[in-house]
Design a binder for this molecule. Structure first.
Ligand code: GDP
Length: 358
């Protein structure tokens, strides 16, 4: 599953948000392993198209796509700058994530201490975000400096390592200028080589603004060029205690349609260039996740590796056709069911039935 590491300064509301995530109400409704790692919370990616499909096929269950959030404790100011650097466990946890989500404090509660800064303000999102980014950049510089001597030695023997060495050297300079690795211009080859350097700032970064309840519908200034996603951790914690009907009412009272966690899951999906295709049958209507640009066999492989290996073709109906024509039968009669081969590039919303050899 798509996984996102949650980081942030102390007292910004990470634990509050995470507790909401791992409570029953916040957990993906159909996730079969409810008691997995306590540092992992799973959220459904809401998709109205699932309901439209379900109306047509009346499945026993609906399974939305999910996003996994991982609580990455241990990032504090000076952690990388002083002493031994970030803990190995921290680095290991964060490296396994597909993206990083930084929680930034926007709520003003004077009763909650804030990591001291030069301004003494309770809220200073830009400075907090910069503090964390600096730690991540410093950690990456340390990671590279550890790898460089070995890489230099090996590159002398193995010419294929030359691009990796070159990009590592350029990255050290780039990071030392205070930039994130992901923003450096690289060729595709360099980018592939850079992946093997395990840098934190190569990962896409999302910002969550932990706001006061009355700021939930406000438009916030971008951080690092991206709009933060407003969430009130306290509200999420309360929502996670409610049953679905009560939760919907509570959200409506706040002028919202979805919980912050759901909005976050959707945003993460977009940020990472992911899209959904569907399978629809009496047993289940289900959303599956693929990269934009994935081929039909790759999509089949998301369901089962055997499907990819034995791929023959994909019987495909666009979501709009499927709904407008009342399902598979109607779409087929109208000539809207396509037989797609192994080179077909999946389109968002395709309703698919894979044919394969076992
Ligand atoms: P962490 O250190 O980032 O994990 O922060 P916590 O989740 O432990 O929150 C620190 C304190 O801030 C706790 O006392 C929370 O109750 C409080 N807090 C968290 N989110 C909010 C919020 O949205 N509004 C207000 N007023 N307080 C919050």
């Amino acid at each position: 599953a798509l996984s996102i590491g949650i980081v942030g300064l102390p007292n910004v509301g990470k634990s509050t948000l995470f507790t909401a995530l791992t409570k029953k109400g916040g957990l993906a409704a159909n996730y079969p392993f409810a008691t997995i790692d306590p540092n992992v919370g799973i959220v459904d990616v809401p998709d109205d198209r699932l309901n439209a499909l379900a109306k047509i096929v009346n499945p026993a269950r609906i399974l939305p796509a999910t996003v996994e959030f991982v609580d990455i404790a241990g990032l504090v100011k000076g952690a990388a700058a002083e002493g031994a650097g970030l803990g190995n466990q921290f680095l290991a946890n964060i490296r396994e994530c597909d993206a990083i989500c930084q929680v930034v404090r926007y709520f003003k509660d004077p009763d909650v201490m804030r990591e001291a800064n030069h301004t003494g303000e309770f809220v200073d999102p830009a400075s907090d975000a910069e503090t964390i980014m600096t730690e991540l950049i410093l950690a990456d510089i340390q990671t590279l400096e550890k790898q460089l001597p070995k890489l230099e030695k090996e590159a002398k023997r193995d010419a294929e390592l030359a691009p990796k060495l070159a990009v590592a050297k350029r990255l050290v300079e780039w990071l030392n200028e205070g930039n994130r690795a992901i923003t450096m211009e690289m060729t595709d080859e360099e980018r592939a080589a850079a992946k093997g350097l395990f840098l934190l700032t190569m990962k896409p970064m999302l910002y969550v603004a932990n706001v006061d309840e009355d700021m939930l519908t406000e438009d916030l200034d971008p951080i690092d060029g991206v709009k933060p996603i407003p969430i009130c951790a306290k509200v999420e914690a309360e929502l996670s205690e409610l049953d679905p009907e009560e939760a919907a009412e509570f959200l409506a009272d706040l002028g919202l349609e979805r919980s912050g966690l759901e909005v976050l899951a959707q945003a993460a999906y977009r940020l990472l260039g992911l899209q959904s295709f569907f399978t629809a049958g009496e047993v289940e209507v289900r959303a599956w996740t693929v990269r934009q640009g994935a081929t039909a066999p790759q999509a089949a492989g998301v369901i089962h590796t055997d499907f990819e290996r034995g791929f023959i073709k994909a019987e495909t109906i666009a979501f709009e056709d499927y709904v407008a024509l009342g399902g598979e039968k109607g779409a087929k009669e109208a000539g809207r069911l396509r037989m797609e081969g192994k080179d077909y590039i999946m389109q968002d919303g395709d309703v698919v039935h894979f044919r394969f050899n076992v």
